[in-house]
Design a protein around this ligand. Sequence first.
Ligand SMILES: *[C@@H]1O[C@H](CO)[C@@H](O)[C@H](O)[C@H]1NC(C)=O
Ligand SMILES: *[C@@H]1O[C@H](CO)[C@@H](O)[C@H](O)[C@H]1NC(C)=O
Ligand SMILES: *[C@@H]1O[C@H](CO)[C@@H](O)[C@H](O)[C@H]1NC(C)=O
Length: 257
Amino acid sequence: MSLQVKILFLFFLSIHLSESTDPTYYSCNGNSNTTQKSRNINYLLTELVSNTIQNGFISTSYGTGSDQIYGLAQCRGDVSKNDCSICIKDAAESARKLCPNQVEVKIWYDYCFLRYDTLKFFGQVDTSGLYLYNVQNVTDADVFNKKLGSLIDQIDSEAIKSANEGLGKGKSKISEFLTLYALVQCTRDLSSLSCAQCLAIAIENFSGICNDKKGCRVLYGSCYVRYELYPFYFPLDSNEILDRSFEKYKSVVAFEP
Ligand SMILES: *[C@@H]1O[C@H](CO)[C@@H](O)[C@H](O)[C@H]1NC(C)=O
Ligand SMILES: *[C@@H]1O[C@H](CO)[C@@H](O)[C@H](O)[C@H]1NC(C)=O
Ligand SMILES: *[C@@H]1O[C@H](CO)[C@@H](O)[C@H](O)[C@H]1NC(C)=O
């Protein structure tokens, strides 16, 4: 490659990198103390980026001995293969950009989640992450909370059926003009029991954080919960493209207990 081509190539690469979307939340821990670990992470990420799209989920590892890295990537079960692919690519780029020297990394997006670690974390419930709530309150809290409670119960029981691969979604009419939409999902390395446990912890904490809010989201290492008073999961309930930029969300960080 001539120098000019190389410079052009780097230029394009950096444009591409800076175009990738920032994650909703991320955490980096544990310094990489060998170059082999860093190399293994790069190989692992390549594998996650190319193979998550087939089933929307992958858990795998790369390397041997103390340099082995375990990785997991999963898309939200309702998003298209194309959105899934873009999301995992962004997540892998963000991981290397935001946590360049760390070996315990979690990257959360609304459409996907990516994690790697030197410990084999598969199957273990991880309830660290983030809550995002709409600052606006509902008007009729009693009716709303009753509807929300029964909708969440219903989609929880869907999510823990193995045929549904950790996903549950549904809607409920609150009034003639208002419909509530909700989606829950566990990472697919969890057993049904662990999935139920993760969702229960997320929803237990609703009472402190999402109380009477028009919308709320939990992004944990092992499960995802979201409800809104507008369609957000695919296929979208309406073809209207609504401007949601006026909605204000605030976040609360959830640490592993
Ligand atoms: C790197 O860190 C790991 C985990 O903390 C430790 O077990 C290992 O001995 C360290 N290796 C080196 C080369 O310092
Ligand atoms: C929503 O209700 C909470 C608790 O009653 C209150 O503190 C908060 O200010 C309300 N938010 C808005 C946007 O009205
Ligand atoms: C969520 O619930 C768990 C257990 O019920 C608790 O330990 C944790 O602190 C809660 N997290 C938040 C952010 O409230």
